[in-house]
Design a protein around this ligand. Structure first.
Ligand SMILES: *Cc1c(COP(=O)(O)O)cnc(C)c1O
Length: 421
């Protein structure tokens, strides 16, 4: 706690930079284990996009050949994104990212529904805030929202969706895989239920893309959000898949870009990078899942050897790169700072980064008490992660936990109250 206070007194950004530099200097090692937050742009995606900043700078709407080069690059990227999810190119709309795609899909369906007196929305309790806050905003505008619960393993029961459907339901939006605990949802079944009732079904697949095989037709998905920066493309680019036959209102009025639905000169370089990155992410996906899950299992097993720890989320139905554990008796924030000191970039369930100390809504949704929901550790690895990286984390983590617990009044209190088994 004393340590924690001192840390807070120093401007946190400056402190963090300093820490990382010191850690790298001391340890000569940096392990990036926060791929669920964002990923490094791949060399291949970067190489592909660079010419669109330099020689190929034309506006894709221009008639001369320089514009044509950009226009053709966008056509190729649209095909690549479509191929990655089994869609047709004219069903792909480029956006600025996952949040924009989520907002557009949900608000679009809500607007359509309102015209027919359908003002009921179904979502889940543990969606990303891009979905939850959109639904909350719609509630203020008179929509009614049903929040489907998840079980203790972080999985939704499709029957709950079936039972929640009403004649006035205008959209069902359920995430493909959770960003904190990595659990993969029964999307195909939920999609089938919605299809049967002719209710549009949207899924936020930002975390799932490149980590789970996705076929929008086979899985009965009407709308799907994806984002570039979670799959080694740059930040600020994403896409929304809208099944042909479904029409939602335009997002941005202006030029004829994105079939006039989302106007504005295209972000050509990033679109090109997204096309390359998504192709890479979805190629040889089963080999990748096999390799990365092995590393993840080693990581999880290693962490669970520390006394009084638990795995959050289902063991099997989870993203190959996701590990989320509760380490009882310590604050997520102090843990992250200590890990950062050792050159390990990780994330916690508590929303300390946003300045609030609220425990994560995801961890509360799977039934964790507040005290435990504060001390979770999310380590999200990628295909770039090595065996040595895992060894390094497993070498550094236990002594950090021991030190923080020895200083923690929370730990003492938990031991006394027998909150710990
Ligand atoms: C990151 C993320 C988003 C937001 O995507 P941006 O491109 O950062 O706007 C939405 N949903 C999930 C599940 C995410 O992980």
């Amino acid at each position: 706690m004393v340590y924690n206070k001192a840390v807070k007194e120093i401007s946190s950004h400056f402190y963090k930079t300093l820490c990382r530099e010191r850690a790298i200097e001391l340890e000569k090692r940096f392990v990036y284990a926060d791929n669920a937050a964002t990923t490094k742009v791949s060399q291949k995606a970067l190489n592909a996009m660079l010419p669109y900043f330099t020689e190929n700078y034309g506006n894709a709407s221009s008639i001369y050949s320089l514009g044509g080069t950009s226009a053709r690059a966008i056509i190729t990227a649209r095909e690549q994104v479509a191929n990655a999810i089994g869609a047709k190119p004219n069903e792909i709309y480029f956006t600025s990212g996952g949040s924009e795609s989520d907002n557009w899909a949900i608000r679009g369906c809500a607007e359509n529904g309102a015209k027919k007196g359908k003002k009921h929305i179904i979502t889940s309790v543990f969606e990303h805030h891009a979905v939850l806050h959109t639904c909350e905003a719609l509630e203020k505008q008179g929509f009614e929202v049903t929040y489907i619960p998840v079980d203790e393993y972080g999985i939704i029961n499709p029957d709950d969706v079936r039972n929640a459907l009403r004649d006035d339901t205008c959209v069902v939006t359920i995430m493909f895989a959770n960003n904190e605990i990595g659990t993969i949802q029964p999307i195909e079944e939920i999609g089938a239920i919605c299809r049967e009732r002719k209710v549009p079904f949207h899924t936020d697949a930002v975390q799932a893309i490149g980590n789970v095989e996705i076929d929008v037709n086979k899985m009965n998905i009407d709308m799907l959000s994806l984002s570039g920066h979670k799959i080694h493309a740059p930040k600020g680019i994403g896409a929304l898949y809208i099944k042909s036959g479904i029409s939602i209102p335009n997002l941005i009025y202006g030029g004829a870009q994105e079939r006039s639905k989302r106007a504005g000169t295209e972000n050509v370089a990033s679109i090109v990078a997204l096309g390359v990155a998504i192709t890479d992410a979805c190629e040889n996906i089963s080999q990748k899942i096999e390799r990365v899950s092995k590393l993840r299992n080693k990581l999880i097993d290693g962490i669970l050897k520390i006394p009084k720890t638990r795995l959050n989320g289902d063991r099997e139905k989870r993203l190959c790169g996701n590990s989320n554990t509760s380490i009882l008796g310590i604050e997520g924030e102090s843990l992250l700072l200590s890990l950062d000191f050792m050159g390990i970039a990780a994330s916690s369930g508590s929303a300390c980064t946003s300045g609030s100390l609220d425990p994560s809504h995801v961890l509360l949704s799977i039934g964790l008490p507040h005290e435990i929901a504060h001390g979770s550790l999310r380590l999200s690895i990628s295909e770039d992660t090595t065996d040595e990286d895992i060894d390094y984390i497993l070498e550094k983590l236990p002594p950090i936990v021991e030190r923080l617990r020895s200083m923690s009044p929370l730990w003492e209190k938990m031991c006394k109250n027998e909150l710990i088994k």
